[in-house]
Design a protein around this ligand. Sequence first.
Ligand SMILES: N[C@@H](CCC(=O)N[C@@H](CS)C(=O)NCC(=O)O)C(=O)O
Length: 217
Amino acid sequence: MKLFSFWRSLATYRVRIALNLKGLKPEVVSIDLIKGDQRTPAFKAVNPQMVIPALVDGEGPVLFQSLAIMEYLDEVHPHPPLLPTDPRARAFVRGIAQIVACDSHPLLVPRIRAYLENELKLDEPARLKWIRHWIAEALDAIETHLAHDGMTGRFCCGEQPTIGDICLASQAAGAGFFGVDLKPYPTFARVVDACMQIEAFAAAHPLKQPGAPVSHQ
Ligand SMILES: N[C@@H](CCC(=O)N[C@@H](CS)C(=O)NCC(=O)O)C(=O)O
């Protein structure tokens, strides 16, 4: 197994957590997003979308998109499970995961930030305002679901970490990078704290990866 990764990639963080929970240790290939390695022809041949994560497992075609990769890992390596069995609980977990991975995180990725800067000529304060706005919008919705839907226990859905919690951990890391205060989101913060007590989550954190600075804004 080979994981194309970069220390600060939030989408790759999600896959790193899933791999750790499953006890899988792929070879890691660094794609430096700051230098633009993702746009080289060599990496485009791996993942035509020119984004990470990408996971190569054996002979098969490359696996792409963090949510799809995590569900693949869960199907091929079912223990411990990353989704509950109850259909409504599965829908809840997938819904939480999608708020993060489909609606919030895509608005902050490097190519979007570069477009805001280079095409729309937004200065840094305006770009930061954009990023914080979309992180906070997602956090508002997530907090409401976690606090009021009756699904949340120690983790976002019950007592075992799932793909939903993995996505919450990535949302928290993004909030940390961009200085979003988590005080208005106490249930979210509590669930993320519970996640970070698990080594599989803590060891996968962006700031624990090779190449990461000691702290990062
Ligand atoms: N929806 C994708 C997001 C993939 C993505 O945008 N990854 C970022 C890093 S977190 C990336 O590689 N960006 C490269 C760029 O924007 O140029 C997933 O969840 O896998």
